[in-house]
Design a protein around this ligand. Structure first.
Ligand code: F3S
Length: 646
């Protein structure tokens, strides 16, 4: 029986476990990436492990999230990360060099390699045939230290692409169509593998748009084959030497199959407030817009920018619309500056932002209240834009640009004939914003620079014998990591200061939560289904850890957040019967008697006693050998320290 591409790469990297669906496997990690919002903590954790030099083939730290400097905190964090990188063997991509996923694809990614990144859109690397997975910062720290990364052996979905996209229909519409069909929960535990004749018609940046936003399916990752198109892209980046051909065997067996005829797709938009709330422009009808933002790791490639500039050239942005554009990397910005496309954007009235995440992470450009904002980004959760009642639609760059001119949501096909937009034969290569690490011989002389905002990793402790505490918070379904640990200009600078950042934990749902939980000392959180969906934000586990959360009991978890809870030593529990969610309320006193002994004895079914009502509630605590040991030790850091000292 032949193998899928996913299986081939996983098999080549397998270091622990067996190839059985649904079981946990450990894989060797070749490359890591971090961004600054999660990276500061990842490097504090890496330092705490005591490994002098990273053991990966390539590790890169990017500064792209919190690039606004309205106080000393960000600048101090950037300096801390830069100095840690220099000392420990990590490449440092300076602020201004671009968004981590785009720069990594352009300058560092290699087909067939494994990559984990402390950012949920790391699957962008699947666009050149990598197994690229979003993980917690601690997982990245462990991988840099030479430890394996553990995933559940995934189901593999074949997306069979046929045909060719019609003019003005784009890669964004492909992934919106997949989201429309599969939903934000549809990819959990799965790798989405793109195959078929239609693959050849998509460039690498188009493929990367699709794998990037596969994160919104909840998928482990998404991947394209590495073919002649991949070679052409790498050649244009002066990196043809890292190319190899990679594809699934003809007789590979998949768990599911989806067929998409590219020629049948139409321009689509994800409507507020979920990336799978997808409709065609016709279905949405007449929609007046206030703002357009173009950029993000999903849609800020060279060709994306060239299309936007072409549409804007010689025109003027509608006076009621604010148009902001952030090219994805210095490389792209430099190229459009040289060829005149940037001038066309500026002349049309676009506001040019630096090559960074910017408005995607709520760093500026929040829409007006109740404002309708078209964005080429990947997420439109409520409040993420910084405006609570903002109405965010996720669209292609083509639709965003034409709509900025008309002031209404507009079908880009009304533009008429489309010229051919080609990838350049040679990109402008200039890596002067990437600082290489010091030589190993010189590393001792490098000083790590710590500002006052850098506070150590919070205190952890081994799993208690019993948990006896109150429910400090009860929340509903689809709680995102933005609910748990909001981002934004005021909060992000505190990411290396857990005591301070935890004061914002869950405050979008309940302003009093941080104070209440801290006063309780120990407590648990109760939630609905898909708890923790959204980003890999590790702080969504570390802030609750600092606030004394011992367990989270929900109907179901999002994958990365569940892993982050385990890594923080917080017990992840699910209801055996979802209806029991109604039998437990905020403020109730609950007991999990002898929980340590039960976890040690591999008992997956535990009983939560609600002391307030006297009701017994069966819950599942599904931990495999390794995750069990991590929980018992009090989190991954304690576990890794134990392992390294053996
Ligand atoms: Fe940045 Fe937004 Fe991507 S925050 S990494 S551009 S999802």
């Amino acid at each position: 029986m032949g193998l899928t591409l996913t299986e081939k790469i996983l098999k080549a990297h397998l270091v622990d476990g067996e190839f059985v669906k649904g079981q946990e496997i450990g894989i060797r990690i070749d490359q890591t990436l971090t961004q600054d919002a999660t990276g500061t903590m990842a490097y504090l954790e890496y330092e705490a492990m005591g490994v002098p030099r990273v053991r990966t083939e390539k590790s890169v730290a990017y500064i792209d999230h919190n690039t606004l400097q309205s106080g000393f905190e960000n600048a101090d964090d950037h300096r801390f990360i830069g100095s840690v990188c220099k000392k420990h063997g990590i490449y440092f991509s300076r602020p201004g060099n671009g968004i981590c996923h785009q720069v990594h694809l352009e300058r560092f990614g290699i087909p067939g390699k494994t990559l984990i990144g402390s950012d949920s859109h790391t699957p962008t690397g699947g666009g050149i045939g990598m197994i690229a997975i979003g993980a917690g910062g601690l997982d990245v720290a462990v991988a840099m230290g030479g430890g394996a990364y553990y995933i559940t052996y995934p189901k593999i979905v074949k997306v069979n692409l046929t045909g060719k996209l019609s003019p003005w229909v784009s890669a964004k519409d492909v992934i919106l169509e997949v989201l429309r069909r599969m939903s934000v929960k549809g990819g959990v535990g799965k790798v989405i593998e793109y195959c078929g004749e239609g693959v050849k018609t998509l460039t690498v940046p188009e493929r990367a748009t699709i794998t990037n936003m596969g994160a919104e399916l909840g998928a482990t990752t998404s991947i394209f084959p590495s073919d002649e198109t991949t070679l052409a892209f790498l050649k244009a980046q002066d990196r043809a030497d890292v190319w190899s051909e990679l594809k699934a065997d003809d007789d590979a067996v998949y768990d599911e199959q989806i067929d998409i005829d590219l020629s049948q797709l139409v321009p689509l938009a994800a409507c507020p407030h979920s990336p799978d709330n997808v409709k065609s422009v016709n279905e949405i009808g007449k929609l007046k817009i206030d703002q357009v933002c173009i950029g993000s790791c999903t849609n800020s490639s060279y060709v994306d920018m060239m299309k936007v500039a072409h549409i804007l050239k010689g025109k003027t942005v509608d006076p009621s619309v604010s148009l902001a554009i952030a090219p994805g990397s210095k490389q792209v910005l430099n190229m459009i500056a040289e060829n005149g496309a940037l001038a066309d954007m500026i002349a049309a009235g676009a506001r040019i932002l630096e090559s960074a995440c910017g408005p995607c992470i709520g760093m500026g450009q929040s829409p007006n209240s109740k404002g309708v904002s078209l964005r080429t980004f990947n997420r439109n959760f409520e409040g993420r834009s910084g405006t609570k009642d903002g109405q965010i639609y996720l669209v292609s760059p083509e639709m965003a640009a034409v709509s900025a001119l008309t002031g209404y949501l507009t079908d880009p096909r009304t533009l008429g004939d489309m010229p051919e937009f080609k990838l350049p034969e040679h990109f402008k290569i200039n890596d002067n914003m990437v600082v290489p690490p010091a030589d190993e011989a010189d590393m001792d002389s490098v000083e790590v620079l710590r500002g006052p905002n850098i506070k150590p990793f919070p205190q952890t402790s081994p799993l208690d014998d019993s948990i006896d505490c109150q429910v400090s918070l009860k929340v509903g379904d689809n709680i995102t990591t933005d609910h748990i640990m909001p981002a934004g200009a005021k909060i992000l600078p505190l990411r290396s200061n857990i005591p301070a950042i935890s004061q914002h934990c869950f405050t979008v749902c309940d302003e009093d939560f941080p104070r209440r939980a801290k006063n309780m000392g120990k407590s648990i959180i109760v939630g609905g289904s898909n708890y923790g969906q959204g980003s890999s934000r590790e702080h969504a586990a570390l802030a609750p850890l600092y606030l004394g959360i011992k367990a989270v009991l929900v109907k179901s978890f999002a994958r990365i957040h569940r892993a982050n809870l385990i890594n923080a030593g917080i017990l992840p529990l699910t209801f055996v019967n979802e209806a029991d969610y109604d039998k437990i309320n905020q403020g109730d006193e609950i007991v999990l008697a002898d929980v340590r002994a039960d976890v040690e004895a591999d008992m997956s079914k535990l009983i939560v006693v609600n002391k307030t009502t006297g009701v017994e509630i069966p819950v599942l605590c599904e931990l495999t050998g390794r995750t069990k040991d991590i929980i018992l030790a009090g989190g991954l850091l304690d576990y890794t320290r134990e392992q390294l000292s053996k």
